[in-house]
Design a protein around this ligand. Structure first.
Ligand SMILES: [Zn+2]
Length: 278
């Protein structure tokens, strides 16, 4: 009788212990997930475009049709566009980045940024940053003129440097790097009559010296292309960007942060939403 009671009580205590262990494990899992989710929520995609044309003609162009679809998606889903200066303020002050924020950037300074992108930005009320390679300005018909750059700058488009000649900075001497970063800044500031605060490294390529030079020349930040999200841990002199291609699923995977991990179900669901809406 006595031994039966002892067995009963030890079984009960075993059950209690198991229950406690399971509860504690569940709480830990929930806490870890919540912290991870919070951290993930604070990240922002800085998107990289180049040229927007009627049809996709190369890997760095996307069609106007696809671009409009992306803008419509951002608008319909409550996304807010930030300039790099606004992003900088958030990163610098530790002020929370608004949920569903995105930065739109355009590299090289193609003329279609004025003829195709600019009217659409106005139509959707979106902000953007255009990085200009200055040796093409007023010299190559395929690229922006100085008066177009000035007009963009006066109408809410942030202008940044993309160096003078678009060389891979990591292969240049310090003197040559300094010349690329300094001359382009001076040329653009003369055109727009205000400070040029950001530089996008050509090919996203830089070294420690590029970062030091950019900082010494008075740039507030610099942009690479590491294809990651940006948050307060990001190196402000190598802000990462995510390249946008002619592919809506790829685009969704970059702006809808949950999709990064939630996999195909959400992608399919989102695809259905998009195709029914647009
Ligand atoms: Zn470029």
């Amino acid at each position: 009788m006595k031994s039966k009671n002892t067995t009963k009580s030890s079984t009960k205590s075993f059950h209690h212990k198991t229950l406690l262990l399971v509860t504690l494990s569940l709480i830990s899992v929930l806490l870890v997930s919540f912290t991870f989710y919070q951290k993930f929520e604070d990240k922002i995609p800085v998107l990289m475009y180049h040229s927007v044309q009627e049809t996709k003609v190369s890997e760095i162009t996307i069609s106007k049709k696809c671009f409009v679809k992306q803008l419509k998606y951002l608008k319909a889903n409550g996304f807010k566009t930030l300039t790099l200066d606004e992003l900088y303020d958030h990163l610098n002050s530790g002020k929370k980045i608004p949920k569903k924020s995105v930065v739109l950037t355009f590299d090289d300074g193609y003329k279609d940024n004025y003829t195709k992108v600019y009217p659409l930005l106005k139509q959707y009320g979106f902000k953007a940053t255009v990085f200009v390679q200055t040796d093409k300005t007023d010299k190559d018909d395929y690229f922006l003129t100085s008066s177009q750059i000035k007009e963009l700058s006066e109408n809410g488009v942030e202008i940044g440097s993309h160096t003078v000649t678009h060389k891979d900075l990591s292969t240049l001497s310090n003197e040559d790097q300094e010349k690329e970063l300094s001359d382009s800044k001076i040329i653009l500031e003369k055109i727009i009559g205000k400070p040029v605060n950001y530089i996008a490294y050509p090919y996203g390529s830089c070294n420690d010296e590029s970062k030091k030079i950019a900082k010494n020349l008075g740039y507030k930040g610099a942009i690479g292309i590491l294809d990651e999200y940006t948050n307060e841990d990001t190196d402000i002199f190598e802000i990462s960007r995510r390249a946008v291609i002619e592919d809506m699923d790829n685009f969704l995977g970059k702006v809808e942060k949950n999709n990064y991990y939630m996999g195909k179900y959400k992608f399919r669901k989102l695809r259905r939403i998009i195709s029914s809406k647009f």
